[in-house]
Design a protein around this ligand. Structure first.
Ligand code: PLP
Length: 329
């Protein structure tokens, strides 16, 4: 299958790096517990993010950090836009935390007043804003995010999982009750499971109390430290994915009946006349994307396509041409 369902980076570690990479990994003493404090790696990531090491907490993917945040904060409602990344809702419910949703507009825009009203009405303790949002791909205006950050009394988590593909970051909004969440997954390290959250040092120290001591294994720590020394490579790949995203968006828009939504992420959401049929026919042709139709509402007949390599993207366009225009294989 051409796998375009989970926002993974299509590129592998180049052969030129593999020898040094193998050497680094084989030098790890896996008979020993990993460094529980992860001092070196945190310092390196902090440097990369332009903050102090005590402002960073690492997690086994940002999913684990979402879980830590939901565990650490006082009981009370979690407010999220709808639709958004499902784990905020799922993990809140695992911990018996009520969830209130604020529906996005038809164009997936978010109304900051409405969001703050719901937060006030519910006396919310936590809110999550994915910037850019998944599965819609759009990035809400900076004023919207800033208004919510300034007007909300609870803990606001600005999730920048797709930040590497978008036009801005939100670290300037960090405050005692505002965190910025990031992951290396979408940049090409999904298999390593490494995310981090940036906040004020007191907030980070509070979250650190619910972190399992060895949540980042020794191989991930060594791998991430090595890869951070070659970060320009991943930035170049992200730039290539952004170029491909624009090409795909323009090409998909030309198909009859296909509506593409603007994206600042490494995927594109499209609406088609019959999402189930197109999803199935792509699958028959060996292409796996994400069918959002079952979510209903604004996502009815929507499909989410991760941006792959040029060849993979060409395969999607050729398959869509066959399915929609009946072009020969
Ligand atoms: C908005 C958002 N946040 C967080 C994640 C989780 O990423 P990971 O746990 O791989 O770091 C995802 C994954 O799709 C996502 O879409």
């Amino acid at each position: 299958m051409i796998k375009l369902d989970a926002m993974e980076n299509p590129f592998q570690i180049p052969d030129s790096l593999k020898e040094a990479w193998n050497e680094r990994l084989s030098s790890v003493d896996i008979n020993r517990y990993p460094d529980a404090d992860m001092a070196d790696l945190r310092a390196k990531i902090a440097h990369h993010a332009g903050v102090n090491a005590d402002q960073i907490l690492l997690g086994n993917g940002s999913d684990e950090i979402i879980q830590m945040i939901i565990m650490a904060i006082d009981p009370g409602t979690c407010v999220v836009p709808a639709p958004t990344f499902v784990m905020y809702d799922l993990i809140s419910r695992w911990f018996k935390r009520p969830v209130a949703t604020v529906p996005l507009a038809r164009d997936f825009n978010l109304n900051a007043n409405q969001f703050l009203q719901v937060c006030g009405r519910e006396k919310a303790e936590i809110a999550f804003l994915a910037c850019p949002n998944n599965p819609t791909g759009n990035l809400w205006p900076e004023e919207t995010i800033a208004r919510i950050a300034n007007g909300f009394d609870g803990l606001l988590v600005i999730d920048e999982a797709y930040g590497p593909f978008s036009e801005r970051t939100h670290t300037h909004l960090i405050a005692s009750n505002v965190l910025v969440l990031r992951t290396f997954s979408k940049l090409g390290w999904a298999g390593l499971r490494l995310g981090y959250v940036i906040g004020e040092s007191d907030t980070i120290a509070h979250l650190n109390k619910v972190r399992m001591p060895y949540n980042i294994n020794a191989l991930t720590q060594a791998a991430a430290s090595f890869l951070l020394d070659h970060f320009d490579l991943f930035e170049m790949q992200a730039a290539e994915i952004k170029t491909e995203r624009e090409r795909m968006s323009t090409a998909l828009e030309t198909f009859n009946g296909v509506k593409t939504y603007p994206s600042q992420a490494n995927f594109i959401l499209i609406q088609v006349p019959d999402a189930n049929a197109i999803f199935d026919q792509l699958k028959v042709r060996g292409i796996l994307i994400k069918n959002m139709h079952a979510a209903g509402g604004l996502l009815s007949n929507c499909l989410r396509i991760t941006i792959g390599s040029t060849d993979e993207n060409d395969a999607v366009l050729a398959a869509m041409d066959e399915i929609i225009n009946g072009a020969p294989a």
